[in-house]
Design a protein around this ligand. Sequence first.
Ligand SMILES: O=P(O)(O)O[C@H]1O[C@H](CO)[C@@H](O)[C@H]1O
Ligand SMILES: Nc1nc2[nH]cnc2c(=O)[nH]1
Length: 278
Amino acid sequence: MSRTKHRPQVSIICGSGLGMLADSLECQDQFSYSDIPGFPQSTVQGHAGRLVFGELKGKSCVCMQGRFHMYEGHSLLKTTFPIRVFKLMGVQTLIVTNAAGSVADHLHPGDIMIIKDHINFPGLVGLNPLHGPNDERFGPRFPAMSGCYNRELRSLAHEISKQLDIAGLVQEGVYAMVGGPNFETIAEARMLHRMGVDAVGMSTVPEVVVASHCGLQVFGLSLITNKVVKSYDDSDCVNHDGVLEVGRLRSQTVQQLVTEVISRMEINNNIDRMSNAV
Ligand SMILES: O=P(O)(O)O[C@H]1O[C@H](CO)[C@@H](O)[C@H]1O
Ligand SMILES: Nc1nc2[nH]cnc2c(=O)[nH]1
């Protein structure tokens, strides 16, 4: 914290191909992850590996240009380490973005899904960033997850999407995290569909669990970059380059939506900052 004048209220995690979300920050201070003690390194194409501080519409923000995934070999504690650093900095809100495949028939590549809930597949089989001794300074042993995607921010985002004339692209749905790094088989895709999953990816959920545990309000967006193949007659095949390409094509729209949500969200300026600890 001594190396930047910014005292962020909002943190943003950029999904695959969505690193440009950091570009609109003004008066930037940038730090490579390799220069930050305790931070892992980004190894995935489309994740630059930089922490960017700056101002957006009068709000002080910190943006992760590159996230950490379980499939890179990091422990879940490591992948979510930045979230607790943000909490200690005084951040109140976490905005998560990701690239995801559509499982629901009504979601198409280029659509934006406001995350209303998630299914934590790794968590259901015991891979949870909160495993191990609970640090009571951050939150309780048994945190509730039933309201972890803030209702007011979701409804604000719908309102904004109407004003930006992109409501036709924006829907709400359930995101499921799988471990990756391989994409789904057809049988897996069909199972996810029957389970009520709308979009699937390999990230985000551990970050949201840790953020919710320590009392951050969370807003999440999935950019639908591909459809998940559910038919043996369908010859489509997903690949990471295609995922990044849709990210590039929709980057400006996602940026506009996120910027307006940040601009209009309420911030409590009397936050008890724990920055002495950082
Ligand atoms: O979730 P983000 O980081 O956006 O990336 C998504 O895109 C990658 C696959 O193309 C996977 O890492 C998946 O999780
Ligand atoms: N698991 C998974 N992750 C993705 N990230 C972007 N697209 C996909 C997908 O189809 N499946």
